[in-house]
Design a protein around this ligand. Structure first.
Ligand code: GAR
Length: 197
């Protein structure tokens, strides 16, 4: 069986990118990263990508393109790189998913969607809102992406308890540990589901 090729879209520190690259190069799963697309220049995720020897593309860091034009360019680039799946790994720009990519773009979000999702909910802001609201449980979600932020069918969630003495930092760290399990597991599910297509 031929291995799958994925594109990874990043805007931040790239811990998920690094984890996926490690899993692929260790042969723990049968895929390779064909292209890393960033909407920002000079971010740690790009540095990590280069250290791993991955192809990178910085697209529209000055934000001159509208959502449609940005998305068109981004998906054309991953197609040219031979990718059949895209993972949004801390990617913080809205996309218009081309019809042919529906059901092939995954996102990881650090909350139990549909709670604490949507515009403005990313990274530590999510955990601060969870603590502020007094939630007893939180976690992470991997879902297929549509044209709305943090929307679209959920593939996999992992849940943890919020502790009375949790801070944004401690909660973020425990949720991220779950994210590192959730994203590869969801990707494996997706590969299985789309194996023949
Ligand atoms: C992750 O915690 C991910 O769940 C979150 O950004 C972080 C990216 O970390 N994504 C969102 O908040 C999307 N709404 P990384 O850049 O180190 O992989």
């Amino acid at each position: 069986m031929t291995s799958r090729r994925i594109g990874v879209f990043v805007s931040g520190t790239g811990r998920h990118l690094d984890n996926l690259a490690r899993i692929a190069s260790a042969g723990e799963m049968d895929f390779e990263i064909g292209l890393v697309v960033s909407n920002k220049a000079g971010i740690l995720a790009l540095e990590r990508a280069r250290r791993r020897g991955l192809e990178t593309l910085v697209l529209d860091p000055e934000r001159e393109l509208d959502t449609a034009a940005f998305s068109h360019a981004a998906f054309e680039a991953v197609e040219e790189a031979g990718c059949d799946t895209v993972v949004l790994a801390g990617f913080l720009r809205r996309l218009a998913i081309p019809q042919r990519w529906a059901g092939r773009v995954l996102n990881i979000h650090p909350a139990l969607l549909p709670a604490f999702g949507g515009k403005g909910y990313y990274g530590d802001k999510v955990h601060a809102a969870v603590l502020e609201r007094g939630c007893q449980f939180t976690g992470c979600s991997v879902h297929y992406v549509d044209d709305e932020y943090d929307h679209g069918p959920i593939l996999l969630q992992r849940c943890i308890e919020v502790r009375a003495n949790d801070t944004v930092r401690t909660l973020a760290d425990r949720v991220f540990a779950e994210e590192e399990l959730a994203l590869p597991a969801a990707l494996a599910q997706h590969f299985e589901r789309t194996a023949a297509s």
